[in-house]
Design a protein around this ligand. Sequence first.
Ligand SMILES: NC(=O)c1ccc[n+]([C@@H]2O[C@H](COP(=O)([O-])OP(=O)(O)OC[C@H]3O[C@@H](n4cnc5c(N)ncnc54)[C@H](O)[C@@H]3O)[C@@H](O)[C@H]2O)c1
Ligand SMILES: [Zn+2]
Ligand SMILES: [Zn+2]
Length: 365
Amino acid sequence: MPYEVQGVVSRAKGEPVALETVVVPDPGPGEAVVSVQACGVCHTDLHYREGGINDEFPFLLGHEAAGRVDKVGAGVTDLAPGDYVILNWRAVCGTCRACKRGKPWYCFSTFNAEQPMTLTDGTKLSPALGVGAFLEKTLVHSGQCTKVNPEAEPAVAGLLGCGVMAGLGAAINTGAVGRGDSVAVIGCGGVGDAAIAGARLAGATTIIAIDTDDRKLEWAKGFGATHTVNSKGLGEDAVVTAMQDATRSFGPDVVIDAVGRPETWRQAFYGRDLAGTVVLVGVPTPEMRLNDLPLIDFFARGGSLKSSWYGDCLPSRDFPMLVDLYLQGRLPLDRFVTERIGLDGVEAAFEHMHRGDVLRSVVEF
Ligand SMILES: NC(=O)c1ccc[n+]([C@@H]2O[C@H](COP(=O)([O-])OP(=O)(O)OC[C@H]3O[C@@H](n4cnc5c(N)ncnc54)[C@H](O)[C@@H]3O)[C@@H](O)[C@H]2O)c1
Ligand SMILES: [Zn+2]
Ligand SMILES: [Zn+2]
């Protein structure tokens, strides 16, 4: 029997989201229905609502979630009702070229549920990032469920499903930060603070937090920032100088841009040490351009320029490990939860995000 449950739906570009009744089918082959216990509000949900991702309205929002498996479909052998899982948007296929070459985090053929979730009139919903978890029960592909230690509470564990994983992975996986490295992180929201926490976990000894908001810099210290720079009103040269001042004039080994604008990327490009690494994890809009970057500067400075999709994570490898580190007191994941809200609080949470009042608002069921 299909379920009828309440979910947060975005019907039209720029319009406030609303609670609607959603029909969730029984799981088909390879699929699972999960009872969602908590789901964080991510900037990407707001991008969907603003039409910034695509035009496939209506969207079913929410994608940073943890819960219990409710039912599994035919052929699902590695998951059972009652299992505690974090939902992921990288259920790797195992057969594409990237997977076969041993780099499954680049998988370009990831799995989602095949059956649609719908409104009661049959209108198909587009689930955000193939998840759709501002919903009491959601339908996903079984590969989108990653089992983790149930001692980690859902509001905290679920955050690994997107933004926090993206930031941690930008430092640990993409940036390959190592012991004794110096790291700067530009933009200290949920993603940037996770990059700071990741840099600390990896053994960085100098971690420079850069933001335009003093409240964010204060929070960044709690995740491991050793230096802070308020870059509001500072030109590119002043931000570069501030990074050099904190690193005996060399510049950081790795600079992570968790804003994703041409000016912040240029700060990262010129701020890092010679042969240093730039990691772009903030998402630029399509019209942004890098104008007038001399090619000789790229050549002469060496190093590597990378971008990081979902922190280059492999959920089955990274989620259980990061949950264990949290439970051992070595990764302060709970600090990302600024407020706990109900399903009807998502629109207000977008407002809080916009004002910079929160790292994460988390819907609890
Ligand atoms: N690559 C991925 O897989 C991935 C995954 C999730 C989110 N993201 C992206 O990461 C970015 C950050 O997400 P978030 O949830 O942390 O957002 P957020 O809005 O919580 O944080 C952004 C931070 O950047 C600061 N900021 C803005 N302009 C700045 C500037 N010019 N210089 C310095 N700081 C500045 C803000 O004060 C804020 O603290 C977004 O672009 C989001 O879409 C990427
Ligand atoms: Zn693949
Ligand atoms: Zn997200």
